[in-house]
Design a protein around this ligand. Structure first.
Ligand code: SF4
Length: 339
């Protein structure tokens, strides 16, 4: 059962500078669903729109970001709601923390550097629960203990903790109210590989214990391979491929996904890694047709003129590329020759 359904979502940054309007189409017509209790990954290069997508679906929309179309529906056990119907920030805040929660990019953007950790927990818990001081302590102690953290961290300032410990505290803070959906935005960025492993294990442990749904955004494909059930690959504000992790990693169908995967190091393989040539386009003025065509080795005229739809290939796999259309023999032949 889908706990989250997103239909044709358009989230644009609209700015006015010296009377001139500029629109950055960061999320442009994105549709997907996330099943209850699954780990759904969102991958892509920096600037492809994945963090904006996370902001939009978690209701963290502030100017210049605007939602200009689409629907975001949550199907909780006891309630269904379209987050875009919540016009009041108070209503959105009630939803965040209690039912949906965000593990943000960079723990220092959550933890106030001049306040002890305990104050951050008080802010979150007292905003949603009517509990006594004793109940507060019991709730936090139990949660920290379950995550392998000690109560003493509550008396520290963020700068007294290592980066890894701060990230663990941030995760504890984001999950203390047992949200039904957790959004994690690059939770392992800027951490060394040993600490990354610990953070990944911690996220897995919470998910198993609390039985919640996790939506994980990261450019790190190895984290997706380790954690996710299904994965969406974004390019220039659009989903270009989506599938279960096994089939997507084993047999990618979109040239961009293939390039992302072939750029990863492989144990024992000393050949040069291949990455996508060039850079992602400006989302203020994306290319016509398939947005990947300036970097795609298989692009033909049709790719420059028409936008490929995200088509269902089979029960679990969707892809937006003319290469996968039954009638596109010219492209398929060309792709086969080049491989
Ligand atoms: Fe490449 Fe064309 Fe497929 Fe786009 S539609 S990824 S340009 S082959």
């Amino acid at each position: 059962m889908a706990i989250l359904e997103v239909d044709n979502l358009k989230a644009y940054y609209v700015t006015q500078t010296f009377g001139r309007s500029s629109t950055v189409r960061a999320v442009d017509g994105v549709s997907f669903h996330v099943n209850k209790n699954e780990i759904y990954g969102i991958a892509g290069e920096s600037g492809c729109g994945k963090s904006t997508l996370l902001k939009a679906i978690s209701g963290l929309v502030k100017p210049p970001l605007q939602i200009l179309g689409g629907e975001i529906r949550y199907n909780f056990a006891d309630q269904q709601l379209n987050i875009l119907d919540l016009k009041d920030e108070k209503q959105r805040r009630r939803l965040r923390g209690a039912r949906i929660s965000l593990i943000p990019q960079g723990s220092m953007s959550v933890l106030n550097p001049v306040r002890r950790i305990k104050k951050s927990f008080e802010d979150v818990i007292y905003a949603h629960l009517d509990v006594s001081e004793g109940e507060f302590e019991e709730l936090v102690k139990n949660h920290l203990e379950a995550l392998g953290l000690d109560w003493t961290v509550m008396h520290t300032y963020p700068h007294q903790l290592s980066g890894g410990m701060r990230q663990r505290v941030t995760i504890a803070l984001s999950t203390i109210l047992r949200p039904e959906i957790i959004f994690a935005d690059e939770p392992t960025t800027a951490l060394d590989v040993v600490v990354q492993r610990g953070v990944i294990q911690l996220i897995k442990k919470i998910k198993e214990e609390q039985q919640n749904t996790l939506i994980l955004v990261t450019h790190d494909m190895s984290v997706h391979a380790t954690l996710c059930d299904r994965l969406a690959v974004m390019y220039a504000g659009e989903i270009v491929e989506e599938g279960d992790v096994k089939s997507l990693f084993g047999s990618p169908k979109h040239p961009y996904t293939s390039m992302l995967l072939s750029s990863l190091p492989k144990i024992g393989d000393k050949s040069a890694r291949v990455s996508a040539p060039g850079a992602p386009p400006s989302l203020a003025n994306p290319p016509a047709g398939c947005r990947f065509h300036p970097r795609c080795p298989y692009a033909v005229d049709r790719c420059r003129q028409e936008t490929p739809a995200l088509r269902q290939l089979n029960e679990t796999h969707r892809v937006a590329c003319f290469l996968q259309e039954a009638g596109s023999m010219e492209l398929q032949g060309r792709a086969a020759n080049e491989q």
